[in-house]
Design a protein around this ligand. Structure first.
Ligand SMILES: Cc1ncc(COP(=O)(O)O)c(C=O)c1O
Length: 425
């Protein structure tokens, strides 16, 4: 099956649809649209390329909208939580504990005890050997241990979590200590790895899985020698597959699976697989529409500066971090039609009182005036969860739609002033 992406031609009819349904009012200077058809396509794709029985636990941090989590759960998928708060969010979104995977490098004793009491069957990935000592002697968690395989995923530095100084997982060179711990704690039934996001070296990921499978075999052999029958039953291979922000087709998972199968045939036959993709599932599901409030013009040959209603508060990584995702941008006229003509260089500015708040600099866009709208594509991953309170602006309304089912509705209301006041105490 093919992977679908947003298309600029889709923006005008969907905005009109929302307006006709009276879902947008004057205070909605910025609105986020969420496309459930694209989510369906990504989920179905994952299901089609991995073996039956794989638990795809979509990383909540990539998109924590409760309606989206509910939907993922209703389709029989799982969720990966990076904090106790996300674990509770997943549970409130209707997911049974055995479809939630809890990873965090900072689990407190109280949080661990809470999970053991409230979430029978939760997949609980311990991040360190020390954390194993905090587990109660009696519990019904499905415990895994995160391993750092020490390979280079070819990710940008801030997303590479498989280095020697990573805070994630037990470095695999502590081989003997790991095996001893897994004999001491015979209830451990899984091994986990996640080596980085936006991976460019898929062969490295396959090498990482290979190392972890060798470890799993060594553990099972040592346990057997000690009269322990519990084997390593599942391998959680993490997330990290990239999204495609530039124009052009999305890279599919075929290469990734090809390497996995070539180096790790037994992963597909001897173990249950868990995945934790975030960005690959979510990046293309959402887009932002913002009013153009002003267009500053500094001189005949200088770029225009249109000011819109979301900036570094929503696209925090993109704006604060060099080499973050570069989003495609489109412009709608006051009637909601795409503008193509009369392009001009612009610095596209966000609304925050901070000199760096630019979504893009020196890009050519159709010349804008107040009353136009700007669309920022592919904001479905790592935007909402990064929302920043700098300048205390309100989180925009989110409208979810499915063209296939002919459904459109508000899935998250625009924040209210009271919400902001409550946040600041
Ligand atoms: C443990 C873990 N799993 C999964 C993910 C999701 O990664 P991605 O969105 O790159 O697929 C992350 C991201 O930080 C993570 O830390």
């Amino acid at each position: 099956m093919g992977l679908i992406r947003q298309h600029t031609n889709l923006y005008p009819p969907v905005v009109r649809w929302a307006k006709n349904e009276k879902l947008i009012d004057l205070a909605d200077t910025a609105v986020i649209f969420y496309d459930f058809d694209i989510l369906d396509n990504r989920l179905a794709y994952l299901r089609s390329v991995f073996p039956e029985g794989t638990l795809h636990a979509v990383a909540i941090k990539s998109n924590p909208l409760k309606s989206v989590l509910q939907y993922i759960g209703q389709q029989g998928f799982g969720l990966e939580a990076a904090s106790l708060e996300e674990t509770i969010l997943a549970n409130r979104a209707g997911l049974p504990a055995d479809r939630i995977v809890f990873d965090s490098p900072a689990k407190t004793k109280a949080e661990i005890a809470y999970c053991a009491t409230h979430f029978n069957g939760l997949h609980f990935n311990a991040n360190s050997l020390e954390e194993l000592d905090r587990l109660p002697t009696v519990h019904h968690l499905k415990v895994g241990l995160r391993i750092n395989p020490l390979v280079d995923p070819g990710s940008p530095d801030v997303y590479n979590v498989s280095t020697a100084i990573s805070k994630f997982g037990v470095p695999i060179h502590q081989w003997d200590d790991i095996i001893q711990a897994l004999v001491r704690y015979p209830f451990i039934e899984g091994l986990h790895l996640h080596i980085g996001s936006e991976m460019s070296r898929l062969d490295s990921h396959a090498q990482a899985v290979k190392k972890v499978l060798e470890l799993a075999k060594a553990v099972t052999a040592k346990r057997k020698a000690n009269g322990i029958t519990q084997t390593i039953d599942w391998i959680d291979i993490g997330g990290g597959f990239p999204a495609q922000y530039a124009n052009g087709p999305q890279r599919d998972l075929t290469d990734y699976l090809h390497f996995l199968q070539k180096h790790n045939a037994e992963l597909f036959t001897d173990y249950r697989i868990i995945t934790e993709f975030g960005r690959f599932v979510q990046a293309h599901t959402a887009w932002l529409v913002s009013d153009v409030e002003y267009v500053l013009q500094s001189g005949a040959s200088l770029p225009d500066v249109p000011i819109i209603h979301c900036g570094a508060d929503l696209l925090l990584r993109e704006i604060y971090q060099p080499k973050g995702p570069v989003h495609q941008i489109a412009v709608l006229d006051p009637l909601g039609n795409l503008k193509h003509e009369d392009t001009w260089p612009v610095h596209l500015a966000g609304p925050l009182c901070f000199a760096g708040d630019y979504l893009a600099r020196d890009i050519e866009l159709p010349r804008m005036c107040p009353g136009d709208q700007v669309v920022v594509a592919d904001i479905g991953a790592n935007s909402f969860g990064m929302w920043s309170r700098h300048c205390s602006r309100l989180f925009p309304k989110v409208i979810g739609y499915s063209q296939q089912r002919g459904e459109i509705r508000v899935i998250k209301d625009r924040e209210r002033i009271e919400d902001m006041l409550r946040f600041w105490g």
